[in-house]
Design a protein around this ligand. Sequence first.
Ligand SMILES: [Zn+2]
Length: 72
Amino acid sequence: MAHRRRRPRERTLRESSSYSCDWCHENVEIPIDWSAGGEQEMVEDCPICCRPNVIHVELDEDGALRVWAARE
Ligand SMILES: [Zn+2]
């Protein structure tokens, strides 16, 4: 009987990601703090245009990371 190796599902949690500023459309790199959970919302000032973005971070069931920004 053949043994099947079961691989634990690996989740690569990236430590940073980037969003596109909703004001100036520049790409901004942000660190992600996973201790805050897989679903986050935070307000960050864009380092390029200094206007506030509400950053949404979401980790879906497949482990895919979605990061997007909206105007505050
Ligand atoms: Zn900006």
